[in-house]
Structures are given as C-alpha cells and as structure tokens.
Design a protein around this ligand. Sequence first.
Ligand SMILES: N[C@@H](CCC(=O)N[C@@H](CS)C(=O)NCC(=O)O)C(=O)O
Length: 99
Amino acid sequence: MATGVDAPIKRISRMATVEIYSKSWCPYCRMAKRLLEEKGQEFVEFDVELDPGKYDEMLERSRGRWTVPEIFIDGELIGGFDELRALEASGRLDEMLES
Ligand SMILES: N[C@@H](CCC(=O)N[C@@H](CS)C(=O)NCC(=O)O)C(=O)O
C-alpha cells in the first residue's frame, strides 16, 4: 500500500444532512433513528411536542403529512420509517447518504 506523500489522496465522502421530526415516545421514530445510527449517519432531531412551532414547520415541509417521524435528507422529504426502510432495502439510502 502506498504511504506518505506519494499515497493517493483518499476521497473524504460528504455526510448528508438528515433531519427527523419526532415525538419522544414514538416507536417508528426510534426505529428510524436506530437504522441511521447503525449506518453511522448523524442526524438532527426536532421533538414536535417540545416545540409546537416545529410541528407546524413539519406539516408545511411534509406537505400535510402529520405522523412522526418525518424524515428529510438534504432537505428532500423521505417520509416516515416505512419509506426510510424501503430505501434501505433497495440500496438507495446509501446512495442518498453518500452522494
Ligand atoms: N407508517 C408510518 C407510521 C408512523 C406513525 O404511525 N407514527 C405515530 C407515532 S409512532 C403517529 O404519528 N401517530 C399520530 C400522532 O402521534 O399524532 C411510518 O412508518 O413512519
């Protein structure tokens, strides 16, 4: 393996921005966070019960979807845990988190 100044520069992959609107007691939120944690993916969490303004923000960004979690990757609406799990099963989640 090449080392030192002649070593090829390793590409540092960018980490996606993941936002989750959640409630503390919500099992779907817990499953979504666990999946992301297992992948080593960081996320920002907004508890919509602690901050009602965030609930209104979630409704607006998720175009009326009112269940939690609502998950966004780089600002793009993913949906809830079911949609996140489907993306994971298809391999598309890794692409979204890594690209
Ligand atoms: N299919 C959804 C189910 C989400 C869901 O049912 N969330 C519950 C909490 S775990 C919810 O928002 N219930 C309505 C409420 O709390 O007002 C998903 O996969 O995220």
